[in-house]
Design a protein around this ligand. Structure first.
Ligand code: EPZ
Length: 426
């Protein structure tokens, strides 16, 4: 079984270039279903989740051409002739549910497996389904699948625009509804929409295909339906969460690390917290920053995760690692997922002193961590235990690293280039 072997204590320095955003690329691939001709995507991260989403589109009938070296993907959606997203793929990656909106809107029907929960929470899709119903679709849940179709008697073969009020600014629900509304008749409004930068990236992509979307990036998005969407050539935005992960690694054990393509404006709350801790961040320009780590001067802080622009839940595990070696008591509160502290037991096995009380992690900073065999419970928890291994005394062995490879492109290679002693072993 593949695992990472890390010998801690090395200082990081040099430059690291951030790859394309996983949580944008997956949606752009799903949105390609809506087009009537070829889509070219650039700066696509070479990660397992992208491979799964491309496999999904191939199962639907699309023709796919991957130029791995240049990170370019070509998708010909005009060959799609199947409208069923199978359980074995949706089970592997819940983001597969995002083919539902495009298939429903373009073909009038979709059968998609209901994604199970995962290590961080129940991961409901009720807001997605309520949005489809508001747009004029009918759905039936049976045998672990959702069967959705447009009620032809009421609407012919098109969804119809309407005002949709989301109970919670769900990213997936915002994305699925926005994609479905592109080919609906009339205007759709999504109120209390998610505001993440990846939502704006998806809207820019759809508009380059001829969609008429305004307000993406705010909590009030309007979509004026069109009859069809054309192919386009589009570059995926940089990955803010990967940037935040490397910035935190630099804050832990960096001498002088330059993070390129950091697009730092997408992480302003995260940066302000790092500065409050005492991390030295220099803005080089819109896309590049430098991080220096005067670890001895860091102060404890309290952090609460919230939907964007609040502190990103996906950076909660790595910031907890940083706070675990900052003298004093810090409190991290997880407000987005119900079970996102599974990795804390692994940190405590490395000598951290963290107590979980409900949605709160009470972190008492310790002098140092010590290397140990640990597991990756999910993508971001895996990144957290790797970062802990970078600063721990001795050797850390990280198993279940397939989680990490799902969402971080060349993670160990990029860390090695910065000076980390990390090896991938079978
Ligand atoms: C996206 O998941 C990301 N995944 C997650 O990143 C990220 O943690 C999450 O947004 C929050 O920012 C992708 O973009 C592929 P949500 P998503 O819909 O869309 C509840 C990573 O590590 N909810 O905003 O599923 C849900 O249960 C991953 O890259 C409902 O109750 O997030 C959760 O508690 C992990 N009903 C909360 O909302 C619904 O219909 C946030 O979900 C939908 C969601």
């Amino acid at each position: 079984m593949e695992r990472f072997i890390i010998n801690g204590g090395k200082k990081l320095s040099g430059k690291v270039k951030i790859s394309g955003a996983k949580n944008s690329a997956l949606k752009l691939i799903a949105a390609s279903i809506l087009a009537d001709s070829k889509i070219t995507l650039r700066n696509v991260p070479q990660i397992e989740d992208v491979n799964i989403m491309l496999e999904m589109l191939e199962i639907l009938g699309a023709k796919i051409n991957v130029e791995a070296a240049s990170k370019v993907i070509e998708i010909e959606p005009e060959y799609i002739n199947n409208y069923e997203a199978p359980y074995e793929l949706v089970r592997k990656m819940r983001a597969s549910i995002l083919v539902a909106g495009p298939l429903l809107s373009k073909f009038g029907r979709v059968k998609v497996a209901i994604p199970g929960g995962c290590n961080i929470g129940s991961r409901q899709i009720d807001l997605h389904l309520k949005g489809f119903k508001d747009l004029g679709a009918e759905y039936l849940v049976e045998h672990g699948y959702v069967n959705c179709h447009i009620d032809k008697n009421r609407n012919g073969n098109r969804l119809h625009g309407t005002i949709i009020n989301l109970d919670f600014p769900s990213r997936g629900a915002t994305e699925n509804i926005m994609m479905a509304a592109c080919l609906a008749s009339g205007q759709t409004v999504i109120n209390n929409a998610a505001r993440e930068p990846e939502i704006s990236d998806l809207a820019l992509f759809l508009n380059s295909m001829g969609a008429k979307i305004q307000g993406a990036g705010t909590d009030y998005i309007t979509i004026n339906g069109v009859k069809s969407l054309r192919g386009t050539d589009y570059e995926v935005m940089p990955d803010s969460i990967e940037a935040g992960t490397f910035i935190t690694a630099a804050a832990l054990c960096g001498e002088k690390v330059e993070i390129q393509n950091a697009r730092w404006r997408n992480l302003e709350v995260f940066y302000s917290k790092l500065k409050e801790i005492g991390v030295k961040i220099t803005i080089i320009d819109e896309n590049n920053i430098r991080v220096e780590a005067p670890l001895e001067r860091y102060k404890p802080v309290n952090i609460s995760t919230l939907p964007y622009p609040g502190f990103p839940t996906d950076l909660q595990p790595v910031i907890t690692v940083l706070l675990s070696v900052v003298p004093g008591v810090s409190i991290v509160t997880e407000n987005v997922f119900e079970n996102r502290f599974m990795y804390v037991d692994e940190l405590n096995r490395m000598g951290a002193d963290i107590k979980i009380e409900g949605h709160h992690a009470v972190i008492r900073g310790v002098e140092k961590l010590s290397g140990a065999p640990v597991r990756s419970f999910d993508l971001r928890a895996g990144a957290a235990v790797v970062l802990a291994g970078l600063i721990a005394e001795g050797t850390t062995e990280v198993s279940d690293i397939y989680h990490i490879k799902r969402g971080y492109e060349n993670f160990d290679e990029k860390l090695r280039l910065l000076g980390a002693d990390i090896k991938l072993v079978e």
